[in-house]
Every structure is written in structure tokens, then in C-alpha cells.
Design a binder for this molecule. Structure first.
Ligand code: 3PG
Length: 211
């Protein structure tokens, strides 16, 4: 559990990936690594997602987690496939309890203070703030985080190179997530060099914002 949090905290970035063909998972992981990242969230938005998670978990090159997990049955399947962490778009106590029972870190999505209180009650220490930009971005996250001194956030939704530094500048932000580094179209086109370039660009911003 601690290693997963350490890796994501150190990276400060979490690529959110929609993958159509599990065979593209290994070159994708290599592209992310060349760009300086060793973690990825594969979303359960395509039939290929589970096989991609299994391939990356077996490869061992990147810390792979599962995103868009909507229920406990899906959580069970992705953990069986090797997911090292689980991300959900909203707050589901059933999913949280399943992950906790299996000692797998889970980052539930929250958009309101009420959902944050539910997450606190469930023993959650890191949440996903989703959809970040659409909810008001950095200003909303800063205000929402203020009463929850111990909570850490992974904002996702509408984040890109243009607004990344603002999110990473908030002390409550553990890492910023998003699909801009490895878009479905770049993966589909096999343009892994561009994924490496976009990843390195984001890593440079994240490193600059560390102090
Ligand atoms: C997610 O699932 O975290 C979001 O869909 C990612 O949002 P983005 O595509 O705007 O980065």
C-alpha cells in the first residue's frame, strides 16, 4: 500500500489511459517510462482494459492501476488481473470496502464536501477530485480541501500542460491525473514518440513545481 502511494506521490502525475487494444499496452508503458513516468491508470472504458492491466502488471515496468471502476465485482476482477490501485469516478462504499479488504489502495472520486466526509468516514486518505476543471478547477479544489486538513487529492478531468502547475501548486494535491499525455488517438495511431514527448513535458512541469 505504502509503495503505491510513494510512487504516485513521487511521480506527481497519473496518466489516465483509454486503451482499445491490449497489444499496445507494453509499448505504451515503454513510452511513459522514456518520458520519465512509471505509473498508469488503465480505465475500464473498453473491453481491452482488463487484458491491458494484466499485461502491464506481468511486465512489471510500470505501476498499473485500474480506473473507472464502478462496482465491487469490477474491483475484484481488476485486482485479480494485477491492478496495484483502484480509482473510481464517484464514491462507492462497496468498492472502497472491497479494496480495503484486499489491501489495495483505492482513490474514490469526490466532487462535494459531503462525499469527502463519506470518504473520511471510510478511512480514505486520498481521493480523486473529478471532474476537476468542470467543477471550477484549482479555486474550487483549494476551497474544498481547506476544511479537510488530512485529505490528499488527485484532481483529474480537463487537466493539461496549460493548467497542470496550478494544481500541483496546491499542498493538498498528491498528483494530477489526466489523459493528455497518452490520448486514445495517439495510442491508436502508434505515436509513442509523441506520448514520450508529452510525458516528458509534464514531468518537467511537475519537477519544477516541487519546491
Ligand atoms: C478520468 O477518468 O480521470 C478523466 O476522464 C480524465 O479526464 P481527461 O480525459 O479530461 O484528462
Amino acid at each position: 500500500m505504502a509503495e503505491v502511494l510513494e510512487a504516485i506521490t513521487a511521480a506527481r502525475l497519473l496518466p489516465v489511459v483509454v486503451i482499445e487494444d491490449a497489444r499496445t499496452a507494453p509499448p505504451l508503458a515503454a513510452a511513459l517510462r522514456r518520458g520519465g513516468l512509471n505509473c498508469a491508470e488503465i480505465t475500464l472504458r473498453t473491453p481491452a482494459a482488463e487484458a491491458a492491466i494484466a499485461a502491464l502488471a506481468a511486465g512489471g515496468d510500470v505501476l498499473v492501476g485500474a480506473g473507472t471502476v464502478l462496482n465491487a465485482a469490477q474491483a475484484a476482477r481488476v485486482i485479480d488481473a494485477g491492478a496495484g490501485f483502484v480509482v473510481t469516478p464517484g464514491f462507492s462504499l462497496q468498492v472502497v470496502r472491497h479494496c480495503q479488504a484486499r489491501s489495495v489502495p483505492v482513490f474514490p472520486g469526490v466532487a462535494t464536501a459531503t462525499e469527502l466526509m463519506a470518504a473520511l468516514d471510510a478511512g480514505i486518505e486520498t481521493v480523486k477530485f473529478f471532474p476537476a476543471e468542470q467543477l471550477g478547477g484549482v479555486a474550487t479544489l483549494k476551497a474544498l480541501a481547506a476544511p479537510f486538513a488530512t485529505m490528499k487529492f488527485i484532481p483529474t478531468g480537463g487537466i493539461s500542460v496549460g493548467n497542470l502547475a496550478g494544481y500541483l501548486g496546491l499542498p493538498a494535491v498528491r498528483a494530477a491525473g489526466g489523459s493528455w499525455m497518452a490520448t486514445a488517438s495517439l495510442i491508436g495511431a502508434g505515436d509513442f514518440d509523441e506520448i514520450t514527448r508529452l510525458t516528458a513535458e509534464a514531468v518537467a512541469i511537475a519537477s519544477g513545481g516541487r519546491e
